[in-house]
Design a protein around this ligand. Structure first.
Ligand code: TRP
Length: 472
């Protein structure tokens, strides 16, 4: 079985050594595994959320494309494309938007952080927040679900987005009654080093401590390496390799043997200046051949355009048929093959039977067992707390399916509702914008529990009747 691995790269920056070691190199390595079907793309629609500098977005798309190709990505065996060349992605985003609860997006870390900052600065909560930032998780869900990706390699800061993609996918599956989407999982590469930057903190553009990968050539690479912060030990004094950014970067490029030799030299008193020269030479040995390819690609952007458009065509061959299915499922259907219902003599359309409320169990990303209660119209009414033991989750589900709405202990808790059993909160509703909406939600929740309890009772009666030989 092939595992479809998919990841996006936001095109706002210039690739640096940290990107290479933390993302580009492992992703290319993974793409060579014959059991992996790799989808890597420029998240250039996401870039527009972060930057309105058109030239910068344009330049970044080119530099990132060239970097991945130069580093050895094979566009033949992978699907390498720009998000904005696949119109199925924004189309799917809309379909997903319409089943995504606003409350879910209110809880997204990036949005919440922006709101918290505003409140701290005594500004309007949403000051400077675009709807683009707010919708970021839905666009990302569309990126992933359009290709039914199994694994999504991301940094820790993106785990919540993958959870949201699963959430949204489940909602859509439930609403339209079929498993249209597979549940994607975040892939956190534990063994991949996060490279320290010049100042020893994680190498990141936001800390302004990066070492460029290709841009600026060997000169810029060398200059940056010379700026790595070290302690003040003089040549001849033994150096500590433990907390040394310089040594950590070396290690990310060298073999274990080379690393051991370098550590010995440092312990033996190698001066930091010389050590930086050794580091530059080691990094450049790996980077120089790639840089040559990079420069050639940057000199012929038309070649990159061809590669990316071919990648987009491959991507669309997957997303296109899926979107056709989804359009059909949501009712965006061709009128051509339909008998017109209101013609004389035609039977009037039958109102679809309301789906009864139902539970949906799932395994959370941390391995715990949880379930949701959906109302008749597919609205999420409750999300259980996590259980380590699936039996405990099952027992609670069972108990709730026989409890009438009036018997249940449900009370407002801040902006949502909490359901308690024996004094413990066992399930929560989503957040409601105000008390009136919360009260209305409480009514729907009690009604759903009533409907469930009577369905359970009916089922039990039917079983009992069957057991006693009668027809129900
Ligand atoms: N949000 C991701 C980041 O900032 C980039 C991204 C966009 C992405 N769409 C994606 C990553 C889909 C994985 C899958 O790193």
């Amino acid at each position: 079985m092939h595992t479809r691995v998919l990841t996006g790269i936001t095109t706002t920056g210039t690739p640096h050594l940290g990107n290479y070691v933390g993302a580009i190199r492992p992703a290319i390595q993974a793409s060579r595994d014959p059991n992996v079907d790799a989808f890597y793309f420029m998240a250039d629609y996401h870039a527009l959320i972060k930057s309105d500098d058109a030239d910068r977005v344009e330049a970044s798309r080119l530099m990132i494309t060239a970097s991945w190709l130069a580093a050895g990505l094979d566009p033949e065996r992978t699907t390498f494309y720009r998000q904005s060349d696949v119109p199925e992605v924004p189309e799917l985003m809309w379909l997903l938007t319409c089943v995504t609860s606003k409350g879910l997006l209110n809880r997204a870390h990036a949005y919440k952080a922006a709101v918290d900052r505003n409140i701290e600065n005594q500004e309007d909560a949403d000051a400077g927040v675009t709807a683009g930032l707010y919708m970021y998780p839905v666009l990302m869900a569309a990126d992933i679900l359009a290709f039914n990706a199994n694994k999504v390699p991301v940094g820790r800061d993106q785990i919540q987005h993958i959870e949201m993609a699963r959430d949204i996918a489940q909602r859509f599956n439930h609403t339209y009654g079929r498993e249209f989407f597979v549940m994607p999982e975040a892939l956190i590469e534990e063994q991949v080093a996060t490279l320290p930057g010049l100042d020893g903190r994680k190498m990141s553009k936001s800390y302004d401590n990066t070492i460029p990968l290709f841009e600026g050539g060997p000169k810029a690479l060398r200059e940056a390496i010379m700026k790595i912060v070290t302690d003040s030990r003089a040549p001849g004094e033994p150096k500590d390799t433990e907390d040394s950014a310089l040594f950590t970067i070396y290690k990310a490029f060298a073999s274990p043997e080379e690393t051991a030799t370098f550590a010995e030299s440092l312990h033996g008193g190698l001066g930091w200046g010389e050590a930086k020269q050794v580091l530059f030479e080691r990094v450049d040995a790996e980077v120089a051949p790639m840089r040559e390819r990079y420069d050639a690609l940057m000199a012929s952007p038309g070649q990159m355009e061809d590669i990316l458009l071919a990648g987009a065509a491959k991507a669309r061959a997957i997303a296109g048929p899926l979107l056709e299915t989804l359009r059909e499922a949501v009712g965006l259907r061709s009128a051509r093959h339909k008998p017109v219902a209101h013609q004389a003599g035609a039977t009037p359309p039958v109102a679809p039977k309301a789906k009864p409320p139902r539970f949906a169990s799932f395994r959370d990303s941390d391995g715990s067992f949880r379930f949701r209660l959906f109302g008749a119209d597919g609205e999420e009414l409750l999300l259980s707390v996590p259980f380590a033991d699936p039996k405990a989750a099952g027992a609670l589900r069972q108990a709730l399916s026989t409890l009438s709405g009036a018997q249940a202990t449900i009370a407002p808790e801040g902006d949502h509702l909490a359901l308690r059993v024996d004094g413990e909160v066992v399930a929560n509703s989503e957040s409601y914008p105000d008390a009136a909406a919360r009260d209305a939600g409480l009514g729907r929740l009690r009604a759903a529990l009533d409907a469930l309890a009577s369905a359970t009772a009916e089922e039990a009666a039917a079983k009992a009747a069957q057991a006693s030989g009668q027809r129900p």
